[in-house]
Structure formats: structure tokens, C-alpha cells
Design a protein. Structure first.
Length: 131
């Protein structure tokens, strides 16, 4: 366990693959309903989210190896298959955290971008040259 109270595996997964609550909701839908295949429009209706945004989230998860994809009759269809990148154990913990410790999980998600932005800004910080 880490300082956040989440497992190291969940923290690593969130740091690498999650940058919004919307992503959590999309991923948990696919995990919960596996092996069902979802298009962006159907998933957006189920979650009551913008279809363009859901399509972007699905593509991001596919690009990072979290979801599989195949061309369907009308659109791309995505589905969750457990893998070393997104094991069932980690996504089960993500689902539990989202249900029972939502505020802590959201804090974990949004703590990362600030750290990344700070590191990026520090890379460009001008330092006094010592002479």
C-alpha cells in the first residue's frame, strides 16, 4: 500500500492510464460488461456522456493497450480483455475505489497532472549561474 491507501498496482495504473473521471467511468463500463463490445455512441448513451469524448477515451485506452478494438457493422467496437497492462485485479480495485473512496481516487487522478506540469515547468526554469 502507498500513502494514498491504494495498492502500488492501482496507483501505477492510474498514473499511466487515467487522467479524468470520465475515463474511469468508460473503462469500468467495459470491464463490468466484458466481453460485450461497445461502440462510442452506445457507451455514451449508457453513461450519458458526449459521444465524441467517449470515442476519444476508447481510442486512448486502445492505443495504450488497455482495450481491444475491431471494426463493427457501423463503427469501431471496443471491449475489455484482462491483460498485464490492465489486470482484472487492478480494475476490480479501481471499481471498488470509485464506489467507496471516490474522493481519494479523484485526488489521486488529479494529483498527477499537477506533478507533471510542475516537472515540465521546472525543466524550463532559469537558474542563476554561479560564477
Amino acid at each position: 500500500m502507498t500513502g494514498s491507501g491504494f495498492s502500488d498496482g492501482l496507483e501505477r495504473f492510474v498514473q499511466r492510464h487515467i487522467s479524468s473521471v470520465e475515463q474511469v467511468e468508460v473503462l469500468l463500463l467495459l470491464h463490468r460488461t466484458a466481453p460485450r463490445r461497445w461502440g462510442a455512441v452506445a457507451a455514451s448513451r449508457e453513461l450519458r456522456l458526449d459521444p465524441v469524448s467517449v470515442a476519444r477515451r476508447l481510442a486512448e485506452f486502445h492505443d495504450s493497450g488497455v482495450l481491444d478494438v475491431q471494426a463493427g457493422d457501423e463503427a469501431l467496437e471496443y471491449w475489455y480483455v484482462a491483460s498485464s497492462i490492465a489486470p482484472d485485479r487492478t480494475l476490480g480495485e479501481l471499481a471498488t475505489a470509485y464506489q467507496t473512496r471516490r474522493t481519494s481516487l479523484i485526488n489521486l487522478i488529479f494529483a498527477k497532472p499537477a506533478d507533471d506540469a510542475r516537472a515540465f515547468a521546472d525543466a524550463f526554469r532559469l537558474r542563476k549561474r554561479e560564477e
